[in-house]
Each structure stands twice: as structure tokens, then as C-alpha cells.
Write a protein that binds this ligand. Structure first.
Ligand SMILES: *Cc1c(COP(=O)(O)O)cnc(C)c1O
Length: 368
């Protein structure tokens, strides 16, 4: 077979007592029980570890589970965790609601002030969690500078690398210790499965793997297969998402109803220099801050869109537009007043997408 098939199974039989005993030896954790994976699991984990440039990967049933278990693997009561102020909302919520319950001191840092993190790092800092560009606001962080400071106190750097995928950002070349993928997005790539993965360097691997096993984390073979299939076309899809996203963002930036486009691949963006230095490409996801308009005008805009779906998640073949809440911020207040949109440029004809977007913005403007 060209592709590793879908292996379904919980029980894995051994032919002898010796074989059974060897399956339980350290270093051979997969072969004793289906929860630790099958050849389908191993095929995806091996591919992801190689693409990310890490030591090993482990899969989770969702991207959020990969984020939360990476944190749980490293933190103990009394530890200090520094988290980017523009982190994915559910990761933020896990940190403030769950980690604090277990006696972990959670603090946020300004995603745009890399050097400043020096003042927030303490001897008890165990984890610095970055996500670049951040959810909703697309702020790019200086990850090598952050990692340098974090490693001075032996803290681990965990990165949510979903936006760039392992193709457009190589986390382990920039000082990251664990890289998380919401594989639900570009890796699966067709909006038909939920899946997460975390890849660690040698330093973090034993802690990550042990915690994932202790919590009983595993993922179903059909979803793993869909992720393996998605990987085959990831590079080709991403280039189209990148191109469509930049063209769409540039055309939206010219519209009078748009206050600001948040896309690090655009030359005017605050994160553009860092993006050029550290990234190898851009995905199709970006933000748009509209001029201040009310709920009714926003309704005219959304209801006029014909080619963009209104829905959560992204990374599939289809274009999406979503109203997002004003960002929750602890450190740097969010300055833009108008409604925020999150746009995912899919694989459709870019001219069609631009025309549809332009006409919805025009209609909102006429309505006003
Ligand atoms: C969607 C997303 C997640 C969570 O992934 P799920 O598979 O939906 O749990 C985590 N981080 C980022 C940046 C995301 O966009």
C-alpha cells in the first residue's frame, strides 16, 4: 500500500510470553495496547515530528487537548507560567480557570514587547507559552528573543504553531521546546475531523509523553488517517491559501469601511519584519478591524456574503468569515474600536472571493 491503512484495534496479541514481555519494555510503548497507538498513529506522529523538526510527536483528540496537556506536562503547584496576551481564547481560559486551581501562578505578557519579558521572568518560571501570530489579533512574537530569556531560568517554551503549520515556521530552529498543532485546521485540511498533536525536543519529550499517557489521551484511527491524507497536499494547499489570503487582505485594506487589516505578510503590518525574518510563508487566516459600525450594519455585511461561510474553525478548503469578540487583554489594551472579523481565505478563485467581499462591504456602506 502507498498509504498506511487505518488500523482499528484495542487488543494487540502476542505470540509468546517473551514477545509480550518485550512489548512492555521502555522504548516500545506502542505495541502493548491500542491506546498507545497503532501503525496509523505512528505514521502520523513520525511525519509530524520530522516536519516540525522535533524529537517525537504525540497525538491528541483535539488541538485544545494538545495545548492543555503540553502545559500540564510541565507545570507543578508553585510554578509560574507566562502566556502571550494574544493566545487562543480556550487556552487562555484553561490557564486562568484550571491551572490557577492547581496552584500555578499564571501571568500574561505583551506579545509585541519581546525584550520586556525579561522583567516578568522569575526563578519559578517554568513555562512560556507563545502563539505566533496570535489568535484574533495576529500579533507576531519574537520567539528567539523570548526563548533566550526563558532558557536562562530553565523554563520551557511551548508554542501553538497552528497558523504557520510546520511548513511555514520551524519551531525548533527558534528555541521552542514543545510545538503544538491544531491538526483540525490545515493538516486535516478539509473541515471533517478534530485532531491535535504536540511535538517535543528531547528535553521535554519524556514529560510530555508520560502526561499524555497518564491522562489516557489517544486519537481515533479514522481521524489520524484523514490527517495523514491531509499532509500529502499540505504544501500545495498552503501556497494557495497564502496567495488568496494576501490578495484578499490587500483588497479589503483599500475599502473605506475597513479600519485596519491584521496580516503579518502585508508590508504595513506591525509584525511584518519578524514574519519576514522567521517565517517561510503565510497561511490564509487574518483579521480585519472594521470602522465602528453597529450590529445592524454588521448584519447587512454578513448576510450579503455569498461565498464565505459563517462558522468556527478554519484551515479547510472553504472560505470563512466570522465576527470575533473584542480580545480579552491583561497587558496591552486593544486599541481598535470597530468590530473585528476573522477571515479565512480558502482555495476558491481569488477573483470570486474578492468580488464577493467587496460587494458585501459596499452594501454595508450603502446601508449606512
Ligand atoms: C482551533 C485552534 C486550536 C484548537 O484546536 P481544536 O482542534 O479546535 O481543539 C488551538 N489553537 C489555535 C491557534 C486554533 O486556531
Amino acid at each position: 500500500m502507498v498509504n498506511t491503512p487505518v488500523f482499528r484495534g484495542s487488543t494487540i496479541l502476542s505470540n509468546s510470553l517473551t514477545e509480550w514481555e518485550s512489548r512492555k519494555l521502555p522504548g516500545n510503548p506502542y505495541a502493548s495496547y491500542g491506546r498507545f497507538g497503532t501503525p496509523t498513529t505512528r505514521a502520523l506522529e513520525t511525519a509530524l515530528a520530522e516536519l516540525e523538526g522535533g524529537y517525537r510527536s504525540i497525538v491528541f483528540p483535539s488541538g485544545l487537548a494538545a495545548c492543555t496537556h503540553s502545559l500540564l506536562a510541565l507545570l507543578q503547584p508553585g510554578d509560574h507560567a507566562l502566556i502571550s496576551d494574544s493566545v487562543y481564547g480556550p487556552t487562555r481560559s484553561f490557564a486562568t480557570k484550571v491551572l490557577t486551581r492547581f496552584g500555578i501562578d499564571v501571568e500574561f505578557f505583551d506579545p509585541l514587547a519581546a525584550g520586556e519579558i525579561r522583567r516578568q521572568i522569575r526563578p519559578s518560571t517554568r513555562v512560556v507559552f507563545v502563539e505566533s501570530p496570535g489568535s484574533t489579533t495576529f500579533e507576531v512574537q519574537d520567539i528567539p528573543a523570548i526563548a533566550e530569556e526563558a532558557h536562562k531560568v530553565d523554563a520551557f517554551v511551548v508554542m501553538d504553531n497552528t497558523w504557520a503549520t510546520p511548513l511555514f515556521f520551524k519551531p525548533f530552529e527558534h528555541g521552542v521546546d514543545i510545538s503544538v498543532q491544531a491538526a483540525t485546521k490545515y493538516i486535516v485540511g478539509h473541515s471533517d475531523a478534530l485532531l491535535g498533536a504536540a511535538t517535543a525536543n528531547e528535553r521535554a519529550w519524556a514529560l510530555l509523553q508520560q502526561t499524555a499517557h497518564d491522562f489516557g489521551q489517544t486519537a481515533g484511527p479514522d481521524d489520524l488517517y484523514l490527517a495523514l491524507r491531509g499532509l500529502r497536499s499540505l504544501a500545495v494547499r498552503l501556497h494557495r491559501h497564502w496567495e488568496n489570503g494576501v490578495l484578499l487582505a490587500e483588497s479589503m485594506a483599500r475599502h473605506p469601511m475597513v479600519a485596519q487589516v491584521l496580516h503579518p505578510a502585508l508590508p504595513g503590518d506591525a509584525g511584518h519584519a519578524l514574519w519576514r525574518r522567521d517565517f517561510r510563508g503565510a497561511s490564509g487566516l487574518f483579521g480585519v478591524a472594521l470602522k465602528p459600525v453597529g450590529r445592524e450594519a454588521l448584519g447587512v455585511f454578513f448576510d450579503s456574503l455569498e461565498l464565505f461561510g459563517i462558522g468556527l474553525s478554519w484551515g479547510g478548503y472553504e472560505s470563512l468569515a466570522l465576527p470575533v469578540d473584542a480580545p480579552t487583554r491583561a497587558v496591552r489594551p486593544w486599541a481598535l474600536e470597530g468590530p473585528l472579523l476573522r477571515i479565512h481565505a480558502g482555495l476558491e478563485s481569488c477573483n470570486d472571493l474578492m468580488r464577493d467581499m467587496q460587494s458585501a462591504l459596499d452594501r454595508m456602506q450603502r446601508h449606512l
